[in-house]
Design a protein around this ligand. Structure first.
Ligand code: MG
Ligand code: MG
Length: 256
């Protein structure tokens, strides 16, 4: 899973470096497809329930599941990219949002809050914790930063020999419920928030999820596991989560 996760992390880093005002989103999709192939992986998105592309690209009021195409990225757009890959049957899944060009500070703050909430969710999902501790950490951090809508119909998930496995991981809720976090568990943690409502609808393409009030959204995701030494390791992060989890007082596993 580290091999698949690292390929996803590298592909997302490449996309973040490549994204520019004036670029079509299908050009970013082509970059992702070529990089996954180069790394010896295959896409778990392409063909998933008929999804036609290698990455999801969602812009502004599109929060997740946007389809790359002829849309051109404009100055100030908030662009969310979600990517996955399979190596030897094992899956990785991760996402980020980035402001392109001249970014509205309120958009940047939303993205920073979303990313930090993801790290706090992973930190809360330590050995011996309960599953709902993750969503509680995400929600309580987000709510303390301002008025954001946390999407409720979408959330994180188990990951392994399939991209989406049980359990579903809510991005909100009370702590102390659900299964215990144990060694060997692998979860994708993915908060999705907007600057307005948590309510969403799906566009006529049957994929793109947009906010009901047209407010802009953000999506960050990493896949992590609890390694045999009981410590977490972020499979889709280039440094395994060392820096970001370290800042929260969590030491990552040295086994991977
Ligand atoms: Mg994803
Ligand atoms: Mg996911």
């Amino acid at each position: 899973m580290r091999r698949a996760g690292l390929l996803v992390g590298e592909t997302l880093a490449l996309l973040k470096d490549s994204i520019k005002v004036g670029m079509r989103t299908d050009a970013l999709d082509a970059i992702a497809a070529a990089n996954i192939k180069r790394g010896g992986g295959t896409s778990n998105f392409k063909g998933y329930h008929g999804f036609p592309a290698t990455v999801c690209i969602s812009i502004n009021d599109e929060i997740v599941h946007g389809i790359p195409g002829d849309r051109v990225i404009e100055d100030g757009d908030v662009v969310s990219i979600d990517c996955g890959a399979i190596i030897d049957g094992w899956h990785g899944d991760a996402a980020f949002s980035v402001g392109v060009g001249k970014v509205d500070p309120a958009d940047q703050k939303m993205m920073d809050v979303c990313e930090e909430s993801m790290w706090r969710g992973i930190a809360a999902g330590r050995l011996g914790a309960k599953l709902s501790d993750i969503g509680h950490a995400i929600e309580s951090y987000t709510d303390a930063q301002g008025k954001y809508g946390i999407l409720q119909e979408y959330g994180g998930h188990g990951i392994g020999t399939e991209m989406h496995q049980a359990p579903h991981v809510l991005n909100f809720g009370k702590p102390g419920f659900g299964p215990e976090i144990v060694v060997g568990m692998a979860l994708a943690i993915e908060p999705m928030i907007t600057r307005g409502t948590h309510k969403t609808k799906v566009l006529k393409d049957n994929w793109t999820v947009v906010s009901n009030d047209k407010s802009r959204g953000s999506h960050f995701e990493n896949s992590y596991c609890i390694a045999p030494d009981g410590k977490p390791f972020v499979l889709t992060s280039l440094d395994g989560g060392r820096e970001k989890l370290g800042a929260l007082g969590i030491e990552i596993s040295s086994l991977l």
